[in-house]
Design a protein around this ligand. Structure first.
Ligand code: PEP
Ligand code: MN
Length: 338
């Protein structure tokens, strides 16, 4: 961190601030200038709140040199993190993981049919929402625990580990028992109690990027989970809010190389929520593979027109299968498999 003091700050005020910082086990180094007093802070500045220094009335400006996240930072952990779920490895140069399934679990028949289809198409995991974050309180809210039990049944039948969204801390035991990857949805990316709760477990967590969050905020949320002791974090980009109305969200594919540079965590792409339109899903999924994604999370429904949520963005099983076929060819160019 580089601190610039206001012009004509009395020397004793500079010393006072430096002493405060030294009490936090940090060292300061002067950078001599003609007009301003500038010094660098050396040591573990991740523990330091920039605003603590900025609130000093003699401080003109504070610039971070080192990112505020530590455990999620590639600088301190150069090798890729591989998250293992029931023998499936996510991240590094492992095969690109395809997760398919409905937005919501609606019935046993619906889930079993879709599970069979996504399995035949080449998916290795099943997604399905049991607790749904809906904009309207009158919309279908999900089947709850009954839905998670159906996911378990589908896993037994088709060997597909499950991914499902947890919205409340009090459901943690349910998810630990009945779910393989806990999804933290976009709307809850900064629900810090939820992050702390999953941080205390060793369950893999799929952390979606918030609707309007920066990459740094997203990595800070990963840091919350990791700071609790759980390093099994998979990042998932699902589009962000912009002024654009043609698509539901704007898919920020540049996060793939950025995350790979800044972090060692695996990154997967959800082209379904990112676009909101089924006919845009394939091209964005293929682009994500080309950009180096470690996996895809795609909504698939056997009857999208009857889906209880997100029908317009759900792929029919045959389109999902075609997407995977094309994806395999792109993956090959990059020396990866699906
Ligand atoms: C979902 O995966 O069904 C979902 C609600 O996702 P998001 O949190 O990205 O909107
Ligand atoms: Mn959905």
């Amino acid at each position: 961190m580089i601190v610039t003091m206001k012009k004509d700050t009395p020397q004793e005020e500079v010393l006072k601030l430096k002493n405060e910082l030294e009490k936090l086990n940090l060292q300061t180094r002067d950078i001599t200038g003609d007009n301003y007093i500038v010094f660098g802070i050396v040591g573990d500045t991740t523990i330091l709140d920039k605003n603590f220094i900025l609130s000093n009335p003699y401080v003109e400006n504070v610039t971070r040199v080192q990112a505020p996240y530590k455990k999620a930072n590639r600088l301190f952990h150069p090798e890729n993190t591989i998250v293992e779920v029931e023998g499936i490895k996510i991240g590094g140069n492992n095969p690109i993981v395809i997760i398919g399934g409905p937005c919501s679990i609606e019935s046993e028949k619906q889930l079993m049919e879709i599970a069979k289809e996504v399995k035949n198409a080449g998916a290795v995991m099943l997604r399905g929402g049991a607790y749904k974050p809906r904009t309207s309180p009158y919309a279908f809210q999900g089947m709850g625990i009954a839905g998670l039990l159906l996911m378990e049944k589908a896993k037994k039948e088709y060997g597909l580990p499950s991914v499902s969204e947890m919205m409340a801390v009090d459901k943690i035991d349910e998810f630990i028992e009945h779910c393989d990857i806990i999804q933290i949805g976009a709307r809850n990316m900064q629900n810090f109690d939820l992050l702390k709760a999953v941080g205390k477990t060793n369950k893999p967590v799929l952390l979606k990027r918030g609707l309007s969050n920066t990459i740094e905020e997203w990595l800070m949320s990963a840091e919350y989970i990791m700071a609790g002791g759980n390093e099994n974090v998979i990042l998932c980009e699902r589009g962000i809010r912009t002024f654009e109305k043609y698509t539901r969200n704007t898919l920020d594919l540049s996060v793939i190389p950025i995350i790979k540079k800044k972090s060692h965590l695996p990154i997967i792409i959800d082209p379904s929520h990112a676009t909101g339109k089924w006919d845009l899903v394939e091209s964005m999924a293929l682009a994500a593979i080309a950009a180096g994604a470690d996996g895809l999370l795609i909504e698939v429904h056997n009857k999208p027109e009857e889906a209880m949520s997100d029908g317009p963005q759900s792929l029919k099983p045959e389109n999902f299968a075609n997407l995977i076929k094309k994806g395999r060819k792109i993956a090959e160019v990059l020396g990866r498999k699906i």
